[in-house]
Design a protein around this ligand. Structure first.
Ligand code: FAS
Ligand code: PHB
Length: 394
């Protein structure tokens, strides 16, 4: 098989890139390790920044997102028993975020790809990438006992943190930065009305909690849990009891509990690969970086990588210029490190670290108190949470 761009991974990064390329008349094939249902079954991000919303519109798949997505102009912070609202819309001159689950965004992209009759090979086994340091890279995979080869001009490594593309880059050419956090997030999805109109980020003596949502009838909650915990250790009742202990009186009274539709524990890490380009192979999304989900940046960072890669590939074919692909890594990393820094800072501020003494909790209280009572403090949270402008810092 021959194509212009071979995309490894059919998560949001791969599907969004494939859809944008299709709209620009550039041919791409996606190879994915698991089934489409398995991809949809992974419950992940919930918050879209404007840059992600705009990209979905540019890809021509934004209709349901605009119909069902919920616009949020603020978030609430709960600490020392008191709630404070961060009015992001006012503090950023009118910017908002949208609540629209990654599952739904992925479904919209999958449906559009299928409707256009584009090739996505699911359950592709032993995917391998070859000769990406030449101008004639190729990808191989096995399916139904047959070995297949895809000759291409570019390989887009959209295969997530555990993918094959980053692992295939020469070790001498890659530098990896990593910080693993000493706790995880236990997430629960339920068909219950959200406890609050907007998200509530909680720093409680028992640990971090987050009250999020997917719609007016579907809620997503998270609890900070020790890394030694297993999801089977947590019954639904135990989850709801612990969440109540971390909330304030008002939220406790309003909380509607119900059976979990999904429950999982996600580890937290900060991770960045430098560079993101290896000849004709480009890493995008979680294949190149991971953030702790505290700042709701993971999916949104993936979207900006895809935008930069898409623009570079279009420029290559339309203008016969390699300027975009030569600048891809630098452009992505500038934005990635800013989001990594915010996600790390917000995680340090809102979680209880097992090795920290009681004084750290006092530092956190003092910092949160300062931030909530300072225009500059509120603004720094707001402008990072809604997403820094693409041209930030020039
Ligand atoms: P993905 O990991 O989503 O997709 C990569 C795809 O590549 C997968 O479908 C995988 O099956 C496939 N693949 C892997 N290896 C392959 C191979 N060798 N061959 C072919 N295909 C291969 N972000 C938030 O903003 N908020 C959250 O709450 C949040 N929660 C998360 C929870 C978990 C457990 C994880 C892992 C991530 C979470 N994230 C969250 C981040 C998440 O949303 C990612 O940013 C987003 O999925 C990135 O999308 P992709 O880059 O497409 O990577
Ligand atoms: C979610 O709804 O899954 C979500 C929202 C905000 C975050 C992380 C996850 O910071």
């Amino acid at each position: 098989m021959r194509t212009q761009v071979a995309i490894v991974g059919a998560g949001p990064s791969g599907l969004l890139l494939g859809q944008l390329l299709h709209k620009a008349g550039i041919d791409a094939v996606i190879v994915e390790r698991v089934t489409g249902d398995y991809v949809l079954g992974r419950i992940r991000a919930g918050i879209l920044e404007q840059v992600c919303i705009d990209l979905m519109d540019e890809a021509g798949v934004g209709a349901r997102m605009h119909k069902e997505g919920l616009i949020h102009g603020g978030i609430e912070m709960l600490f020392d028993g008191k709630r404070h609202r961060v009015d992001m819309n006012k503090l950023t001159g009118g910017k908002n975020v949208m609540v629209y689950g990654q599952t739904e965004l992925t479904r919209d992209l999958m449906d559009a790809r299928a409707a256009a009759g584009l090739t996505t090979v699911y359950e592709a086994q032993n995917v391998a990438v070859h000769d990406f340091d030449s101008t004639k890279p190729w990808v191989t995979y096995e399916k139904d006992g047959q070995q297949h080869r895809i000759d291409c001009d570019f390989i887009a490594g959209c295969d997530g943190f555990h993918g094959v593309c980053r692992a295939s880059a020469p070790r001498s050419a890659i530098k990896e930065y990593e910080k693993v956090y000493p706790f995880g997030w236990l997430g629960l999805l339920s068909d219950t009305p959200p406890v609050n109109d907007e998200l509530i980020y909680v720093n409680s003596p028992r640990g971090f909690a987050l009250c999020s949502q997917r719609s007016k009838t579907r809620s997503r909650y998270y609890l900070q849990v020790p890394l030694t915990d297993h999801v089977e250790d947590w019954s639904d009742d135990a989850f709801w009891q612990e969440l109540k202990l971390r909330l304030d009186e008002e939220a406790r009274a309003k909380l509607v509990t119900g059976p979990s539709l999904e429950k999982s524990i996600a580890p937290l890490r900060s991770f960045v690969t430098e560079p993101l380009r290896f000849g004709r192979m480009f890493l995008a999304g979680d294949a190149g970086h991971i953030v702790p989900p505290t700042g709701a940046k993971g999916l949104n960072l993936a979207a900006t990588d895809v935008k930069y890669l898409f623009d570079a590939i279009v420029e290559f074919y339309k203008d016969k210029s390699e300027a975009g692909i030569d600048d891809y890594s630098r452009k992505c990393l500038a934005r990635i490190w800013r989001a990594e820094r915010f996600s790390w800072w917000f995680t340090q501020l809102m979680h209880r670290f097992p090795d920290d003494g009681p004084i750290t909790a006092k530092f956190q209280s003092a910092e949160l108190d300062y931030l909530m009572n300072s225009e500059a403090g509120l603004k720094t949270i707001a402008e990072n949470y809604v997403g820094l402008p693409l041209d930030f810092g020039g």
